[in-house]
Design a protein. Structure first.
Length: 486
């Protein structure tokens, strides 16, 4: 029963049947749905609620059945797999009745969604008449200029900063992008959000375009690719969709973790990748985590990914971040004092994107203020004026207090000479974090803890090994880092 049919029935009878033949009015129905949505928002948070439940409606509530309307097939499949049990639980708690919850595409929401897509894309009509092997976007002259600037200047290998710790992903990207006969034709780039996966994929696309290795290069966000595929299913135009992607010389999909739980899209990716590999084409995928950690990926996809070359982007250590800041400053044509470079490298440690954004903010501020030599005062003024949160500097004493508190000991015990196991572990933890979160040298750290340079070095090595091997030690470190926003 659609919402319109439901409203028609209500206008005639003023009520609707629920469990056991008990009638509820339209107002009560709306009230139940409002309460359910409030509970969902409380459980999931505003962001996830807005993403998955904002455009939903209660299509049917009769007998023991509840049907929730959504705007497209993707949402329907995702909500059925992820939130069906949650809806049952919330509904039972509110009504004290057991409902069989299911999701369906609501015609009015679908029309509204398509209309929105049409307005945003401005290319629906053109895409309908495009030839089978050509995708025709509507691009204005201004958009072309922006695109040329985007591809030709910003996201290319020459403008990426390859640190020693991320040398392998950079070399692998150049190999598959620029060489006529690369050692591999299937690459998976791993890395947490903000570590540079998208920039590297865009550089691969530009490299292939410049070197001529990718005459037909297709770069797409995995989410967009998935939405287009389901849209092609609805419009019965999968042949055109497949012909476009499966005839590419280079296919790049960014963020395949989005395909979790989408069985049909995973099958399409599987066969598309196999087709491209068989034809000698190149495929590059990115993922925000190790694919083995994706819980809702088919075994066939896991097997496929094992045949790729994997390269992981990581957050560079402190000394490499300092070099990054210096190189970023050179790209922006500003001169930064060494103290500023060190300060930014120690302050912005969560992602490369944050660090890059901080330098760009300072460079923009300096240009507007006509300052081309950046000292600490200018850097702080720039970050404050732009509304960015300037991370609080962390001292060795702050770290000692946090490590002592986390391990249930005193700071004096931590710095003392006790060789008790729990105290030694807390001390090693504090030394490692001091080395990681401050710019103090080993000798400086030694003076804080009353120990020699060699003892501090040994403690750092020991703690680093424990972090890899001891889960409780690792969890404790993560908890302390979180306290400092790291």
């Amino acid at each position: 029963m659609t919402d319109a049919e439901f409203d028609t029935e209500i206008s005639q009878t003023g009520q609707v049947q629920s469990n056991g033949g008990i009638s509820i009015t339209a107002a009560e129905r709306r009230d139940i749905w409002d309460q359910i949505q409030k509970c969902i928002k409380k459980r999931l948070g505003v962001e996830r609620f807005g993403l998955w439940f904002k455009q939903t409606q209660l299509m049917e509530l009769s007998g023991s059945k509840m049907v929730i309307g959504v705007s497209n097939v993707i949402k329907k499949q995702y909500l059925e797999q992820k939130y069906k049990e949650l809806l049952k639980e919330i509904t039972h708690n509110l009504t004290n009745k057991h409902y069989e919850v299911r999701f369906d595409v609501a015609p009015d929401l679908l029309r509204r969604n398509r209309k929105s897509r049409s307005v945003e894309n401005h290319d629906t009509d053109e895409a309908e008449v495009a030839s089978a092997d050509e995708k025709v976007p509507v691009v204005t002259a201004q958009a072309k200029d922006v695109e040329e600037q985007f591809w030709g200047k910003r996201h290319c290998f020459e403008r990426l900063i390859a640190t020693e710790s991320n040398r392998l992903p950079f070399l692998a990207a150049q190999e598959i992008s620029c060489k006529q006969n690369p050692r591999f034709n299937f690459l998976v780039i791993l890395g947490e959000p903000g570590f540079g996966k998208t920039a590297l994929l865009e550089a691969i696309a530009e490299g292939a375009k410049s070197s001529g290795t990718g005459k037909k290069c297709v770069y797409e966000m995995a989410e967009t690719w998935c939405n287009d595929y389901y849209h092609a299913i609805q419009k019965r135009s999968t042949r055109k969709f497949r012909n476009y992607y499966r005839t590419a010389d280079l296919l790049l999909l960014d963020g395949i973790q989005f395909l979790q739980g989408k069985a049909a899209a995973q099958d399409e990716l599987l066969f598309t990748t196999k087709t491209l590999n068989t034809n000698g084409a190149r495929v590059v995928l990115s993922c925000s985590c190790n694919p083995n950690e994706l819980n809702e990926i088919k075994p066939e996809i896991r097997s496929l990914l094992k045949g790729a070359f994997w390269a992981e982007l990581i957050m560079p250590p402190a000394h490499e971040r300092v070099q990054m800041v210096q190189q970023l400053a050179n790209l922006h044509r500003i001169r930064m004092e060494p103290a500023v470079c060190s300060y930014l490298a120690q302050s912005f440690t969560l992602s490369i994107q944050d660090l890059n954004s901080a330098v760009a903010t300072i460079a923009t501020y300096a240009s507007l203020e006509r300052r081309y030599k950046i000292d600490m005062e200018t850097a702080n003024s720039a970050l404050t004026a732009s509304g960015r949160n300037v991370p609080k500097s962390i001292s060795a004493e702050d770290i000692c207090k946090a490590a002592a508190s986390a391990n249930g000991i005193t700071v004096d015990s931590l710095k003392g000479g006790s060789r008790a196991r729990n105290i030694c572990r807390a001390r090693q933890m504090a030394i490692l974090l001091t080395r990681e979160l401050t710019d103090l040298s080993l000798s400086d750290i030694g003076r804080v803890f009353g120990r020699s340079h060699s003892t501090i070095k040994h403690s750092v090595v020991k703690a680093s090994k424990l972090e890899k091997e001891n889960s409780s030690f690792t969890n404790m470190l993560a908890k302390i880092r979180k306290e400092f926003g790291r």
